[in-house]
Design a protein around this ligand. Sequence first.
Ligand SMILES: Cc1cc2nc3c(=O)[nH]c(=O)nc-3n(C[C@H](O)[C@H](O)[C@H](O)COP(=O)(O)OP(=O)(O)OC[C@H]3O[C@@H](n4cnc5c(N)ncnc54)[C@H](O)[C@@H]3O)c2cc1C
Ligand SMILES: *[C@@H]1O[C@H](CO)[C@@H](O)[C@H](O)[C@H]1NC(C)=O
Ligand SMILES: *[C@@H]1O[C@H](CO)[C@@H](O)[C@H](O)[C@H]1NC(C)=O
Ligand SMILES: *[C@@H]1O[C@H](CO)[C@@H](O)[C@H](O)[C@H]1NC(C)=O
Ligand SMILES: *[C@@H]1O[C@H](CO)[C@@H](O)[C@H](O)[C@H]1NC(C)=O
Ligand SMILES: *[C@@H]1O[C@H](CO)[C@@H](O)[C@H](O)[C@H]1NC(C)=O
Ligand SMILES: *[C@@H]1O[C@H](CO)[C@@H](O)[C@H](O)[C@H]1NC(C)=O
Length: 619
Amino acid sequence: MSRRMLSVLTTWAAIAPAVVLSATTYDYIVVGSGPGGGPLASNLARAGFSTLLIEAGGDETQNPTYSDLANFLEACNDEASRWDFWVRHSDNATQDLAFHHTTWDTGGGTFYVGNDPPAGAKLLGIQYPRAGTLGGCAMHNAGVASLAQDEDWNAVVNLTGDTSWEAPNVRKYLKAIEKNEYMPAGNSAHGYNGWLSTFVSDVSWAQAANSTGVRILEKLSTLLNQTSKDPNVLFGGDILGNPPNKDQISSIYNMAYHCDSKGKRSTPADFILSTLSDPAKYPLTLKMRTLVTKVLFNNSTTQPRAIGVEIMEGASLYRADPKHTPGAKGPVSQVFASKEVIISGGTFNSPQILKLSGVGPKAELEALGIKVVKDLPGVGEKLGDNYEASIIGLTKEPIPAGLTTAIWRTPNAATKNRNIYSWCGPFSFEGFWPGFPTDYGANQWECAMVHIGPKSQAGSVRLRTADPQDTPDINFRFFKNHGDTDLAELVEATNILRSSWLAAGDPALPIQELHPCPGEIGKAKCTDAMQAEYFRVQAYSHHATSTCAIGADSDPMAVLDSKFRVRGVQGLRVVDASAWPQVPGAFPVVPTMMLSQKASEDIIAEAKAQQGSHDHAHT
Ligand SMILES: Cc1cc2nc3c(=O)[nH]c(=O)nc-3n(C[C@H](O)[C@H](O)[C@H](O)COP(=O)(O)OP(=O)(O)OC[C@H]3O[C@@H](n4cnc5c(N)ncnc54)[C@H](O)[C@@H]3O)c2cc1C
Ligand SMILES: *[C@@H]1O[C@H](CO)[C@@H](O)[C@H](O)[C@H]1NC(C)=O
Ligand SMILES: *[C@@H]1O[C@H](CO)[C@@H](O)[C@H](O)[C@H]1NC(C)=O
Ligand SMILES: *[C@@H]1O[C@H](CO)[C@@H](O)[C@H](O)[C@H]1NC(C)=O
Ligand SMILES: *[C@@H]1O[C@H](CO)[C@@H](O)[C@H](O)[C@H]1NC(C)=O
Ligand SMILES: *[C@@H]1O[C@H](CO)[C@@H](O)[C@H](O)[C@H]1NC(C)=O
Ligand SMILES: *[C@@H]1O[C@H](CO)[C@@H](O)[C@H](O)[C@H]1NC(C)=O
């Protein structure tokens, strides 16, 4: 071998990871172990199909930062799982720079958060945390268990004609996954034998007669037109219940969580691990610390057919991971699926993986030199999220209270359904940034709000490079469509919540509001327009959905059909929060687990029907 050729080979070896061809073939490959992929992979294996579940992160289920739900703030900030996406909220750079928690890189793993960065700091953007770990974001989230509105399910029926999505039909998916630990057995709205524990918070604080906290609770219940003042009645309604017109009821509730009665987080990771350790030896293979870099297609078929994925093995290979070492790579190989590849990387990563594989908007792919397998312009578009905002102040004396949760409709809302999920108490939560939240001490008092049913889904996830280790460019374009309507709803909610605070009386009053209307409440004057402008710039979010949305046959922007199949190719589906055509309710995690259960049942039924017709053909 000539010296020149040798040097070419060594150069090649230095830049290109070793390509190892593996002969292993599974029935299904599922990419991502979060609320979308984790339950699906487990269900496929339990149905007897050999399934490979690939997860970029590791297993933190035995780490108390994650397993004890009470530690969720530490979990969100923890480097063991953290994936930092630096996003934009709008196309207006000036507006994003005015966001109070815009973050700058000050070198050596340090950050500056705020509007007056030191010289030389490099703009990162707005932090959007995700969990790259077994169980996905269910491992670091606040654990709030909430349901989609009926119309979020019915919207799929409208778009596709698939009646299996009708709202009355989907309660069975909750019942299949739930292990309810807060309602007496036999309640027909709930399941008791599933893998997902649900529990509620401790509201015994509300039994204290006439405390400042109880006076706020009673006032809020009056403002929501509830007649009883009895805390057992006020907190007695089931927040996950199934009464008629559930989406129109304005009420105080006891917040529910995906945790057990001892406060242990309950997530898809538990279901995956129990599937792996089950004596029945289900054919599930879990491959952690492995980054999927693209889907492999066979182009000899009429439509390109997904036959496997390319993977790069190693921890912290994705650049969202703060533990990533610049230049780090791992060995690259291929794994194959005889039936299907299912992408469940979440709302940012699923469209990224599709695009890296040649499935996405033609111009965007070609500009980066990616060969187009299927021009699918909707991939990465339609990004939507619940707007979140808060009213926070400092009380004269601390208010003794737990959480007062309410789901309600602001009286002048544009739609008939309730549009606000709020929770009030002595805490501080103003969005996400490295090291969040700010601790204002014992006198902090807040009502946090999640706006339900945002009327704009104009955000996008687009490739910045063709490198699978890079993060994509993410812009939410908050409030782009019908923003004034949604902002008016947030302002109306704020004004009602604030007026409940005045009922606290001595010794909590006066309360000094920090935002959106700084000053002593009851005296400080802010117009609705001023508050709306505050929220336009300072709203935040963490429930991103819809970047691989299910849509109508006739809609060129539709990415999936109602069975989660990626349009225009074969053997490929997307099952995770990105599949929702609209943002499901106030909190997406339980809806997405239900969607995963639905996908499991649909895919297994389809496979068994194929097997059946195959067997039939041979008899
Ligand atoms: C800080 C925070 C708090 C939240 N709080 C709540 C809450 O209280 N209640 C609620 O309902 N919702 C909450 N959410 C939202 C909720 O957790 C998510 O909507 C939900 O987890 C989405 O599930 P998913 O399966 O779509 O994606 P994810 O949970 O993001 O899971 C995707 C998985 O895929 C893996 N992955 C991605 N790309 C690759 C790749 N290329 N190769 C291999 N693996 C890959 C990731 O590591 C991850 O494990 C919160 C979210 C955040 C970020
Ligand atoms: C951009 O945002 C800034 C700050 O909020 C605002 O003053 C300006 O009018 C905005 N520009 C456009 C074009 O909307
Ligand atoms: C379904 O379509 C009908 C007719 O266009 C519309 O009135 C209704 O609001 C839609 N429902 C949902 C849930 O989108
Ligand atoms: C509640 O406490 C306040 C302040 O101490 C007092 O003025 C009020 O009379 C009390 N109300 C009841 C119903 O006890
Ligand atoms: C409560 O009822 C009053 C009187 O009907 C009404 O004006 C108000 O809007 C209602 N409040 C809410 C939150 O629905
Ligand atoms: C299928 O086509 C795509 C796009 O041209 C290409 O990247 C891929 O390598 C092809 N697959 C095979 C097996 O040739
Ligand atoms: C690709 O598809 C063709 C046509 O169905 C088939 O003959 C061939 O075996 C497939 N190749 C792979 C690698 O799956």
